[in-house]
Design a protein around this ligand. Structure first.
Ligand code: HEM
Ligand code: HEM
Length: 159
């Protein structure tokens, strides 16, 4: 079995941790009243993590373009491999768009003018975040399906 490169593994698992933490901090902000320092700290940690997720996702999209064969399991047939690649690119693109929509919301706090339709940007970020939970659950379930049901090396290559 050929494992993916160390860099690929690192990028994947660091992204998983950062995305998990970004969700955790924004969800836990509700523990504190609006306007409190703690709530602002939690939101700011979310923004910082979100920004790193954007950088990591762009790096991964570039890396994937450079070397497709490093990523996809060569024992899987070519058509399914192509589908997996497209899906994974879409997955990374999803988080890029989310992070950009997040950044657009905080432009005024950097002294930049607010964009038109701020409510639409906010609700799209919120809705994409909800769908993001579903996408992550799908991805994880499929990986476990491969590992425990098909008993192939899809997960082992990434560990
Ligand atoms: C791709 C990474 C990101 C994910 C998965 C994500 C996810 C979320 C989620 C789930 C919410 C809660 C929505 C709700 O139910 O109210 C949220 C809110 C928010 N996010 Fe993000 N976000 C990301 C990146 C960012 C970035 C980079 C920024 C800004 C720098 C940002 C700014 C915001 C803001 C301003 C809110 C609303 C907070 C509030 O009004 O209380 N997000 N995000
Ligand atoms: C925040 C959640 C996650 C995101 C955003 C994510 C994203 C991705 C992406 C974009 C790929 C394509 C290859 C790459 O860029 O490295 C990938 C592959 C993979 N992920 Fe995840 N992942 C997440 C969670 C998980 C979890 C929890 C597991 C383990 C149960 C997992 C296991 C794998 C495996 C085994 C592959 C390789 C699939 C193949 O052979 O093509 N991922 N993931």
């Amino acid at each position: 079995m050929e494992k993916v490169s160390r860099k690929t593994k690192l990028l994947h698992w660091v992204s998983v941790i950062f995305i998990g933490l970004a969700y955790l901090f924004i969800e836990l902000r509700v523990l504190f009243e609006k306007g409190t320092l703690q709530r602002e700290v939690f939101k700011n940690i979310h923004y910082g993590l979100g920004f790193f997720i954007l950088v990591l996702s762009i790096v991964r999209l570039i890396e994937k373009r450079k070397s497709e064969s490093n990523y996809t399991n060569q024992s899987i047939d070519i058509n399914r491999r192509k589908l997996m690649n497209r899906t994974h690119q879409g997955f990374l693109f999803w988080f890029c768009v989310m992070a950009i929509l997040g950044l657009l919301q905080i432009l005024p706090s950097w002294g930049l003018p607010e964009l038109p339709y701020p409510q639409l940007i906010k609700s799209t970020h919120q809705r994409m975040g909800q769908i993001g939970y579903f996408l992550i659950a799908m991805h994880t379930s499929l990986v476990f399906y491969h590992h425990f049901w098909l008993k192939d090396d899809v997960l082992k290559r990434y560990l």
